[in-house]
Design a protein around this ligand. Structure first.
Ligand code: SAM
Length: 227
């Protein structure tokens, strides 16, 4: 298996990795952890669909730098919850980046057992401070010990649903950071039907039409149904 991992890792574009490291610089030590994560992801990708195969050539810019950029929005946050972690974006990447920060911890919530098994293995091989919760998001609020600084989600659900997922943590002082695509304006319009929010939008460092939606408070509009 080691040789097949080596072969697949060599398919990762060095140019794409260099571009990602220029966008979101990291230490050699974090890079080494991320290299171990990428090798594992490529190994598991053959049997479990962790990322869209078409995005593998741009794994570093499209997925890793996209995840790392959250740290610039919350540079002092140590305690994170990543909802619907899937293949580990942004949760495992953040855990690798914060591995040397005393007291840092990233909780990864994923309801599919195979993906949760992958996340556990990724946390093991990288030595990153992550805790995997094989559970539905709705069942984790009371299980995850607080306080939580940031709640994240990427490619999980429309914004109005994400806000409902994050509400219990944001009510207790967390900041929500959602990675969103080009439809962010339409999603915000829909979300404000249900929620009183004052979003701060950060354009993605990784180009394209991506945005980070930052929310410091969430209040349900009266008379609107549960999301
Ligand atoms: C499209 S994937 C995105 C994964 C990752 N965040 C990324 O950006 O690559 C969404 C993931 O969220 C998980 N998920 C969806 N709804 C969930 C829920 N209610 N509770 C826990 N996990 C959920 C799915 O199983 C899936 O792995």
């Amino acid at each position: 298996m080691a040789s097949s991992v080596r072969t697949k890792t060599s398919e990762i574009s060095a140019d794409d990795k260099a571009a990602a490291l220029a966008l979101t610089p990291i230490s050699r030590e974090i890079e080494a952890r991320l290299d171990r994560y990428v090798a594992l992801l490529l190994e598991w990708q053959a049997k479990t669909n962790l990322v869209a195969p078409s995005t593998l050539p741009t794994l570093w810019t499209r997925h890793i730098a996209d995840s790392l950029q959250l740290l610039s929005v919350a540079p002092s946050a140590k305690s994170w919850v990543d909802l619907g972690s899937g293949g580990g974006f942004p949760g495992v990447v953040l855990a690798c980046a914060l591995a040397e920060v005393p007291g840092a911890r990233i909780h990864l919530v994923e309801r599919i057992a195979k993906k949760a098994a992958f996340l556990r293995e990724a946390i093991r091989v990288t030595g990153a401070p992550g805790t995997v919760h094989l559970a539905d998001i709705g069942d984790t609020v009371d299980r995850i010990p607080g306080p939580i600084d940031c709640v994240t989600a990427r490619a999980l659900a429309p914004l109005h649903q994400l806000i409902g997922f994050a509400e219990p943590w944001v009510k207790k002082g967390a900041k929500a950071l959602f990675l969103k695509g080009q439809d962010v304006e339409a999603e915000l319009t829909e979300a404000t039907k249900y929620w009183k929010i004052v979003p701060e939008l950060h354009s993605s460092r990784t180009g394209g039409q991506g945005w980070i939606v930052e929310l410091g408070s969430i209040e349900r509009r009266q008379g609107t149904p549960q999301q």
